[in-house]
Design a protein around this ligand. Sequence first.
Ligand SMILES: [Zn+2]
Length: 131
Amino acid sequence: MLNFKLSELIRSDTAVQHNINNMPDINSLDCMLELIVNCLQPIREKLGKPMIITSGYRNSQVNKLVGGASNSQHTKGQAVDFVVNGMTPAQVVEFIQNSKIEYDQLINEYNQWTHISYNKGKNKMLAFKVN
Ligand SMILES: [Zn+2]
């Protein structure tokens, strides 16, 4: 059963601070649902630990303010950043690589959080680390 809330993927402190409406368009919503169903929910269930989304959908304005790449998958509803209580990003990446979960990109970002994306029909299964 899905227990992700859309609000978990839309919430943005930057958007609130700048009074920006970070509501996704219908195409992004479609991608977000694919990401939840095929990626985030299976991860949450296999982990059995709290998984906290720190950044999900970002419209182009919000994305620019947080310094995201202009072609970021966050702007398409295809990516989230998250942390897991009691696990380092390196452990999270390893866990997901060892699961049968499909993803596009899986990134340990600065040993601070994990970025994961899902691109229906075009998943590259690419895992790496950025410092
Ligand atoms: Zn990210």
